[in-house]
Design a binder for this molecule. Structure first.
Ligand code: GH3
Ligand code: MG
Ligand code: MG
Ligand code: MG
Length: 302
C-alpha cells in the first residue's frame, strides 16, 4: 500500500526515544528500532527520558513502565505538561488494570504487553508516523499557495518577522524584491483564466529556481511575487532582480495550442534596522510602480 510505504519513509525521518531499564531488552530492541527510525535515542529510566526529551526533541516515545528513579508513567505525566500530542507507546510486563487506566488517562497512544512482538511494535510505530505525517501535511498546506506551490502571504509574513528579528540581533542585511507580471489581465482576457493560471505557475517556478536555497520566494498577491534575500546588499539584489527579469522574459508558457510570453516588472529595496515591514514593502511597491510607469519589463530601486 502506498500510504504504508510513505509512512515507512516518513518514520525514517523521525527521532524515536526508547526508555527501558533492562539492559538485555534495551539492546535487543535498539537495533530493531534503529532500522525503522531516522534517529534512535535511548534512556534507562524516566528521569533520563525526560532529559533526553529536552535535549533531542523526539517525535515518538516508547517507554517501559517499571523503572528505577522515575517510572514510565511518571515520565509521561511530566511530558504531557510540555507536549499534549506527542505519540507515546507504553510497554509493560504487568497486565495490571491500574496501569492501563492510568495510561489512558495520560493520553498514551498505545499500550503493548511484554514480551513485545516486533511486528506489533513496528505497526504501532507506523500508525504514529502516519498520524504525524498527516499533521505535517496539514500544517504545510496552511503555509503554501495552492496554485504555485510557493509560500503564501501568511508564511511570507512569518518569515519576514523572523528575518527582521535576526537582522536586529545580528545587524545583517535583508533585501526585498517584489515582482508583478506585466499586462497579466490581457493573458486572462485573450487565453482564459486557466491559461493565466498556467502562466502564474511557470513564472513561480522560474523565480523559485533562480534564487539561492536561503532566499525565500512567495506569492504576495494575485500576480505579484515577493522575494526575501537574507544577507544580500541592495546592489546584489538588483543583480538578482535583473536575472529574474531576463529569466521570465525568456520562458514560454504552453496552454492548449497557444504559446504565451510574459514579462515582469520588479521593485527592489531593503528592510533597514528600525524600519517596519510595511514601510519597507511600501517603498519597494513604489519602486515597482515606477518600473511600470517607465515602460514595464524593468527593475527600479527604492
Ligand atoms: P500591470 O502591467 O499594470 O501589472 O497590468 P496587469 O494587467 O498585470 O494588472 P491588473 O492589476 O490590472 O490585473 C491583474 C490581473 O491578475 C487581474 C486578475 O484577474 C488576475 N489574477 C489575479 N490572480 C489570479 C489568478 O490566480 N489566476 C489568474 N488566472 N488570474 C489572476
Ligand atoms: Mg522495567
Ligand atoms: Mg498587480
Ligand atoms: Mg500586473
Amino acid at each position: 500500500m502506498i500510504t504504508d510505504t510513505q509512512d515507512q519513509e516518513y518514520l525514517k525521518t523521525l527521532t524515536v526515544l526508547y526508555v527501558e531499564d533492562e539492559e538485555d531488552t534495551r539492546e535487543q530492541f535498539k537495533q530493531f528500532l534503529a532500522r525503522l527510525a531516522g534517529r534512535l535515542i535511548t534512556a534507562e529510566n524516566g528521569a533520563e527520558g525526560l532529559a533526553a526529551c529536552h535535549e533531542h526533541h523526539p517525535d515518538i516515545i516508547i517507554t517501559d513502565i517499571q523503572m528505577p528513579v522515575m517510572d514510565g508513567l511518571e515520565m509521561v505525566q511530566e511530558l504531557r505538561i510540555l507536549d499534549a500530542s506527542i505519540p507515546i507507546i507504553v510497554l509493560t510486563a504487568f497486565e495490571q488494570i491500574d496501569y492501563l487506566k492510568r495510561s489512558i488517562n495520560l493520553g498514551v497512544n498505545k499500550y503493548l504487553s511484554k514480551p513485545v512482538n516486533g511486528f506489533e511494535l513496528r505497526d504501532t510505530l507506523l500508525d504514529c508516523a502516519h498520524i504525524l505525517r498527516e499533521k505535517m501535511l496539514v500544517e504545510a498546506a496552511a503555509r503554501i499557495d495552492l496554485l504555485t506551490g510557493l509560500a503564501n502571504r501568511r508564511e511570507i509574513m512569518a518569515r519576514f518577522h523572523a528575518e527582521k528579528a535576526r537582522l536586529e540581533r545580528n545587524s545583517t542585511l535583508l533585501s526585498i524584491i517584489i515582482a508583478d507580471i506585466d499586462h497579466f489581465k490581457r493573458v486572462n482576457d485573450s487565453f482564459g483564466h486557466l491559461a493565466g493560471d498556467q502562466v502564474l505557475k511557470d513564472v513561480a517556478t522560474t523565480l523559485a529556481s533562480n534564487i539561492r536555497a536561503v532566499d525565500i520566494c512567495g506569492r504576495w498577491g494575485g500576480e505579484e511575487f515577493i522575494l526575501l534575500l537574507p544577507e544580500t546588499s541592495l546592489d546584489d539584489a538588483v543583480l538578482v532582480a535583473e536575472k529574474l527579469r531576463v529569466a521570465v522574459s525568456s520562458i514560454t508558457s504552453i496552454w492548449k495550442n497557444s504559446a504565451i510570453r510574459t514579462t515582469i516588472s520588479l521593485g527592489v529595496g531593503m528592510l533597514l534596522p528600525g524600519m517596519d515591514i510595511e514601510e519597507s514593502t511600501d517603498l519597494v511597491d513604489k519602486a515597482l510602480y515606477r518600473a511600470k510607469k517607465g515602460g514595464r519589463n524593468r527593475v527600479e530601486v527604492a
